[in-house]
Design a protein around this ligand. Structure first.
Ligand SMILES: C[S@@+](CC[C@H](N)C(=O)[O-])C[C@H]1O[C@@H](n2cnc3c(N)ncnc32)[C@H](O)[C@@H]1O
Length: 248
């Protein structure tokens, strides 16, 4: 019995030590962190997850709303493509994905479809879209990205998005937000507690009051619309989100 407990504790200590070394390594090595996150996203971005794909395709990226020249900010592994590949309203697609480790997953994923519009993936960040001319984009798409962009740069993304959009063009977004500290103090406290670890595992993602960014551009865009929504994922502290649209 004593020997069993020793083996159990020894094994547990070994596993905890391995996890601690892994997290330490993730923290100091940016390339490793990006590779890890790309692999992780490729595993969790599941095309067969009906609730999440229903949200993406039927609530956010409906064919009637996504048209013309498309720009996707933070394209990731291409998980929004099931909603786009057969949209005959699309003329071209440009994805921005600064984590180059995502690119091979993206291209492997989208090659399953015969896509009739041009697809381009760039490693430029959305904070400076110098390679995109002003007033040329009809629809911008962004899902679960702003948490990864450190303050105050999300503001810059919304300004750049406004510059590249055509007048009347739309910017469709879905972003997770920090829980409300008044109505959900437990989840809020938990998010604040785990944030230092979340930032490392989630490649810079923080729990933030994301709606502030959209409120701050109310005088710039002709229309700013959003509503609170749930993230249909089985992670109890990762539930609050906001979905909406900015119109230039
Ligand atoms: C949590 S992932 C979301 C990926 C995908 N949009 C989705 O819905 O699953 C966030 C993505 O934003 C990208 N990203 C981070 N900073 C960015 C920036 N400044 N410009 C564009 N993309 C960025 C990351 O590399 C990552 O692929």
């Amino acid at each position: 019995m004593g020997r069993c407990i020793k083996v159990l504790f020894g094994s547990l200590s070994f596993i905890v030590a391995l996890i601690a070394i892994g997290i330490g390594y993730l923290k100091i090595d940016e390339v490793f962190r990006q590779k890890f996150f790309a692999k992780f996203k490729n595993i969790v971005s599941n095309i067969n997850d009906p609730a999440m794909m229903n949200l993406r395709c039927n609530q956010l990226l409906r064919h009637s709303d996504v048209k013309g020249h498309i720009l996707e900010i933070g394209a990731g592994t291409g998980i929004n493509f099931p909603c786009l590949y057969n949209n005959t309203n699309i003329e071209s697609y440009t994805g921005l994905e600064p984590n180059v480790e995502m690119h091979s997953y993206f291209y492997n994923f989208i090659q399953q479809w015969d896509i009739s519009f041009g697809v381009r993936l760039s490693n430029n960040p959305a904070t400076n879209m110098f390679h995109i001319e002003s007033n040329t984009i009809d629809t911008i798409i962004m899902t679960l990205v702003l948490c990864s962009i450190p303050d105050p740069l999300p503001q810059q993304v919304l300004l750049e998005a406004h510059r590249v959009l055509k007048p009347g063009g739309t910017f469709i977004f879905f972003e997770h937000v920090i829980a409300d500290s008044q109505t959900d103090p437990f989840i809020y406290g938990l998010q604040k507690t785990i944030e230092p670890l979340w930032v490392i595992i989630g490649d810079g993602c923080r729990f933030k009051p994301i709606t502030n960014y959209f409120d701050s551009v109310k005088n710039l865009y002709s229309k700013v619309e959003y509503e609170y929504s749930d993230i249909p994922m089985p992670v109890f502290f990762f539930k609050d989100a906001v979905k909406g649209k900015l119109t230039k």
